[in-house]
Design a protein around this ligand. Structure first.
Ligand code: SAH
Length: 240
């Protein structure tokens, strides 16, 4: 799996992608993350990448020449996605799609954004991480990298944990507990210490349903409501 990132702050992206889960995956050659400086092909003394907007207005816009030149020199894996608030919203389903591979690339905007010819003629699409405005695409690229990277087979120690977690089947995850069994008078639910895997599985499923109904009814609606079996499980075990 290869993911190329284009940015005017390569060290920022490298710093994050060199550590923890992504860093380990790179060292084990499960993930090939390549970070490119958008200034790499500039030839002027200031290595300029931005200009003021035609038509006036505040701020600066990333120019097409340096961006096309940097991308063309690297010949990155396609599709190449621009990060931007107007793009397709990242969710777990999209992360799973991207994790199938063999790779893709991300272009980080800055300032007021990028010249529209970059969007129209260099990039293949646009990705957003949510309905708010960041100062640049780098943090968004890191979000995409981490959400996708951890789904690439072998990257997480235990691949089963990806099947079980929030959004995997349209539900939030059940509550998790670890040692100690008793902490300041709050104890871990008895069922989790019972050793009865069938009971544990039913309890977790009921808890996932209850949490999702309470916190994210939109997710329940999106999966077409609850089945009669799920409703029964919820009634039986959903409150603890
Ligand atoms: N003027 C633009 C915002 C520019 S923000 C507008 O109103 O739409 C500067 C850069 O930050 C963008 O080019 C983009 O790469 C990145 N960015 C900002 N918000 C983002 C978001 N929600 N998702 C992904 N990237 C974002």
């Amino acid at each position: 799996m290869r993911i190329d990132v284009f940015t005017i702050f390569p060290e920022l992206v490298e710093g994050f992608a060199g550590q923890s889960l992504l860093g380990r995956a790179r060292r084990r050659e499960l993930l090939d993350v390549r970070v490119h400086d958008l200034r790499s092909e500039t030839t002027d003394p200031h290595r300029s990448v931005d200009g003021s907007p035609f038509g006036g207005g505040a701020g600066m816009v990333l120019m097409p020449e340096p961006l096309f030149a940097a991308v063309e020199a690297a010949d990155p894996p396609r599709p190449l996605y621009l990060l931007g608030p107007g793009g397709r919203r990242l969710d777990q389903a999209l992360a799973r799609e991207l994790a199938v591979g063999p790779g893709f690339s991300l272009l980080c905007g800055r300032y007021e954004g990028v010249d529209a010819r970059v969007t129209d003629h260099l990039c293949d699409g646009e990705l957003s991480i949510g309905d708010y405005v960041l100062g640049g695409g780098e943090v968004a690229a890191l979000v995409v990298l981490e959400a996708v990277g951890r789904l690439v087979p072998g990257v997480m120690g235990n691949d089963a944990s990806a099947d079980d977690e929030s959004f995997a089947d349209g539900l939030l995850e059940y509550p998790q507990y670890t040692r100690p069994a008793e902490f300041r008078g709050w104890s871990v639910p008895e069922v989790l210490r019972s050793g009865d895997h069938g009971r544990v599985a039913r309890w977790r499923r009921a808890q996932a349903l209850a949490r999702t109904v309470a916190r994210r009814p939109d997710l329940i609606e999106a999966r077409g409501g609850l089945t009669p079996e799920e409703q029964a499980l919820l009634d039986e075990l959903g409150d603890g």
